[in-house]
Design a protein around this ligand. Structure first.
Ligand SMILES: NC(=O)c1ccc[n+]([C@@H]2O[C@H](COP(=O)([O-])OP(=O)(O)OC[C@H]3O[C@@H](n4cnc5c(N)ncnc54)[C@H](OP(=O)(O)O)[C@@H]3O)[C@@H](O)[C@H]2O)c1
Length: 300
């Protein structure tokens, strides 16, 4: 079943997508492709290095988009622990620069945020105005990016999401690949969240653009599970029969070989409250199991 979006927002017929080769960028490119008669996207342009501030302005002036969607990010959460300055340039500073360039030209700007801005000690889904408290370098750089965007361009839209999967490398894909090789799996069962389809998020971003939403808005698929629950669902949908053991985060960390690179702390609770999204768009995100099953059927 497709996501409930049927039209390219009429006022956004030239869309520049940065990080267009990543999971979300690919999903946005696919969605824009379905509107190809009215909607022109940047997917065929060479990838812009958003850390090269001059390059972004040059591409914007050449392509003349009426909306920019920034999907570019330093997303290797563990590598951020040892390369925070590099990650800060891409996740923290570049989004603010892009937002300022867009504001100066009257271009809508959309940025993507993460549950990692929260510390995961919450006991109910996080709302947009809950205080952030990142545990990791990745979370700190992404929080700096949110602040930079809203300071440079208060009317910009930031869509926070979590546990994203799509056509590129993701937890879902890794589990499917390991299981197909017949590997036994040990997966943590004490981190809670909602896996979110990049395709559903791409649709949600367009609905929010159509509604002229601004500021922070949370979007994740509905329901709640753990990484172990996600792995169980992947195995069930793909009918793969390998041993799947539930472990705690502590057990997982202890099982890593000596000398393994540092692992960034993860929030134990990553649920995001999507009631603002529903109030703005009139739509409810669909359940994570339905979205995941659809994705697995497309790719298997
Ligand atoms: N994945 C998740 O679970 C998750 C959860 C919450 C929020 N988010 C956010 O959602 C957004 C999209 O994430 P995603 O899952 O689509 O990530 P992704 O698949 O890793 O895609 C990110 C893209 O950005 C590119 N990139 C990295 N540095 C760049 C630079 N300096 N200039 C231009 N492009 C650059 C990457 O290229 P290379 O591959 O060549 O480096 C990659 O194509 C990000 O803002 C991320 O923080 C993701």
């Amino acid at each position: 079943m497709g996501f409930g979006i049927s039209t390219c927002p009429a006022t956004f017929d030239r869309v520049l997508v940065t990080g267009g080769h990543g999971s979300l960028g690919t999903a946005l490119g696919a969605l824009l492709g379905t509107f190809s008669e009215v909607c022109h996207s940047s997917v065929d342009l060479p990838e812009i290095d958003v850390a090269d501030f001059g390059a972004f302005a040059r591409v914007v002036d050449g392509f003349r988009p009426n909306a920019v969607i920034n999907c570019a990010a330093f997303t290797d959460v563990d590598a951020c622990e040892t390369r925070e300055a590099e990650a800060m340039r891409v996740n923290g500073e570049a989004p603010g620069m892009m937002a300022a360039e867009c504001r100066a030209r009257g271009i809508r700007f959309v940025h993507v945020g993460t549950d990692y801005v929260f510390d995961g000690t919450g006991t109910r889904p996080y709302r947009e105005d809950d205080p952030p408290n990142p545990l990791s370098a990745y979370g700190r750089t992404k929080l700096a990016g949110e602040k930079a965007v809203l300071s440079a361009y208060p009317e910009a839209l930031i869509v926070r999401t979590a546990w994203l999967y799509g056509a590129k490398k993701s937890f879902v894909r890794t589990i499917a690949e390991k299981a197909r090789r017949g590997e036994a799996l040990s997966v943590v069962n004490d981190q809670h969240g909602a896996p979110t389809s990049a395709g559903d998020l791409a649709g949600a971003i367009f609905l929010l653009l159509e509604k002229e939403a601004s500021g922070l808005v949370h979007f994740v698929n509905a329901g709640e599970t753990t990484w172990h629950g996600v792995a169980r669902q992947v195995l069930d949908v793909l009918k793969l029969d390998v041993p799947l053991k539930a472990v705690t985060t502590e057990e997982y960390l202890r099982s890593r070989p000596p000398g393994s690179p540092p692992v960034a702390p993860r929030p134990r609770y990553s649920l995001l409250d999507t009631s603002l999204y529903t109030r703005i768009t009139g739509k409810n995100p669909r359940n994570w199991k339905e979205a995941l099953e659809e994705r697995l059927k497309i790719t298997s």
